[in-house]
Design a protein around this ligand. Structure first.
Ligand code: UD1
Length: 429
């Protein structure tokens, strides 16, 4: 397995292009199951999760091709993928695939909507918690799917197709909202989703479904009203910028000091996170086609934050914020309300010298004067990038092991950071 070696202490200066959002690209790719026409997605990030999902979709009968090679400096323009699901040849999503990427469970709704049946493996646990799928099933049942669990699989049937329904989610779930939204676009009549996730990636999927022919009201609010269609058409859609990648690099700049333009992104995708960043003493200003993040002083101010569904502070930036405040002037408190057990990075940050006390869903981080490099281990996607941020601040050398987690969600991380002056390199296994 590859490792990443980082020598800390360099300030970041320069321009970092922001890629298309992984968490929008994945459900958008799944939307290709809803039509026999071609769905073209632009600005798709080149990530292991994207490649894996393309393989999973191919198993269902979705052909895909990637347009030409990219040249030149426009690193964030991403790739253009064409997907065509002329015939769905297999409505089973096997355990070997779904267990490797949770988001592939979201094929369930589109497969039932188009084929009247689906057999999709339960995803199983993962490093950041139990992550059940009860809300997905509840939502699809409300659209008329008959659902049973058999030998680790969700077996769903709707021989006459899905029909619109009303679902009030007892808890906000991004995945369950995607699953029901995708299915509702191809269901008969109107579906209303109450307490829907308001994440910008949900809005991006809704925008694509509208181009495909569905009528959707309430995008960006917690009530989505979807008029389904008997048939959806092909479309061309550009994936929105990755707000988590944006936030990650913004936190990295605040951690090392420096001045970096994050190009191709938008502040409104992560207002809350950037407001927190400003409280720590960094500056954020809008520039044409992006934002500029800088920190000149030496002091990082402590903050108190709890993770919340959008528009609150995202759980996917919790670990990165924690890395930043390990060196704050005082004690920060971070409460994780979305996932239990999403503190796997704490032990690894401690190896670098961080002083963190855990108490249930709450972490108290007492700022220390310095971190020191050490070998550390990545445990999940966002945790691993928090170790990179801590390593950039630490004195001496850090090696981050098991970096395949990073490759799942960050496009060319080392290249983007080293272009801005970080001493970071990949050591191939
Ligand atoms: C998505 C994101 C992930 C992000 C998370 C929360 C993608 C590919 N992944 O994950 O990066 O961290 O949103 O913003 O977009 N829950 C249930 N029952 C369900 C479904 C969820 O209890 O049926 C719970 C989960 O265990 C968790 C909470 O709801 O505690 C939120 O999970 P959810 O929003 O569904 O996360 P994902 O869609 O898996």
């Amino acid at each position: 397995m590859d490792r990443i070696k980082i020598v800390g202490g360099s300030r970041l200066e320069g321009v970092i292009p922001i890629s298309g959002a992984k968490n929008a690209a994945l459900p958008l790719m799944i939307a290709s199951l809803l039509t026999s026409d071609r769905l073209t997605l632009k600005n798709v990030p080149n990530l292991a999760d994207v490649a894996l999902l393309a393989r999973i979709l191919r198993n269902h009968g979705v052909d895909h091709s990637i347009e030409g090679k990219r040249a030149g400096p426009a690193l964030h323009l991403g790739e253009t993928f064409h997907f065509t699901a002329r015939d769905i040849v297999d409505t089973t999503a096997p355990y070997e695939m779904v267990s490797r990427m949770r988001a592939s469970f979201w094929v369930l709704g589109p497969l039932i909507a188009r084929m009247g049946q689906a057999r999709v493996s339960l995803p199983g646990g993962c490093a950041i918690g139990t992550r059940p799928v009860d809300l997905h099933l509840q939502g699809l049942k409300a659209l008329g799917a008959d659902i049973e669990i058999d030998a680790g699989y969700v077996v769903a049937k709707a021989p006459k197709g899905l029909r619109g329904g009303r679902i009030t989610f007892p808890k906000v779930s991004v995945g369950a909202t995607h699953n029901v939204l995708l299915a509702a676009a191809l269901a008969k009549g109107e579906t209303v989703i109450e307490n829907a996730a308001r994440e910008p990636e949900v809005g991006d999927v809704a925008a694509c479904l509208v181009k495909m022919g569905a009528l959707i009201e309430g995008v960006g609010t917690s009530t989505l009203r979807i008029q389904g269609r008997d048939r959806l058409e092909g479309a061309t859609h550009t994936v929105l910028p990755d707000r988590i990648e944006t936030g990650t690099f913004a936190f990295a700049v605040a951690a090392t000091g420096g001045n970096v333009v994050l190009e191709g992104t938008r502040r409104d995708l992560l207002d809350t996170a950037l407001a927190v960043l400003e409280k720590t003493g960094a500056q954020v200003i809008d520039v044409p086609d992006g934002i500029r993040v800088s920190r000149s002083g030496d002091v990082i101010e402590p903050v108190s934050v709890e993770t919340q569904p959008f528009p609150g502070f995202p759980t996917d930036l919790q670990a990165q914020l924690m890395a930043l405040v390990t060196r704050a002037k005082g004690t920060s408190v971070i409460r994780e309300t979305i996932f239990e057990n999403r503190f796997m990075h704490v032990q690894e940050l401690a190896r670098l010298g961080a002083d963190i006390q855990l108490n249930g869903d709450r972490a108290s981080i007492r700022g220390v004067a310095r971190l020191r490099g050490a070998p550390v281990m990545a445990t999940d996607l966002r945790a691993s990038v928090s170790l990179v941020i801590a390593a950039l601040m630490a004195e001496g050398e850090t090696t981050v092991n098991r970096v395949y987690h990073l490759d799942r969600g960050f496009e060319r991380l080392e290249e983007k950071l080293s272009r801005c002056g970080a001493q970071i390199e990949r050591i191939s296994a």
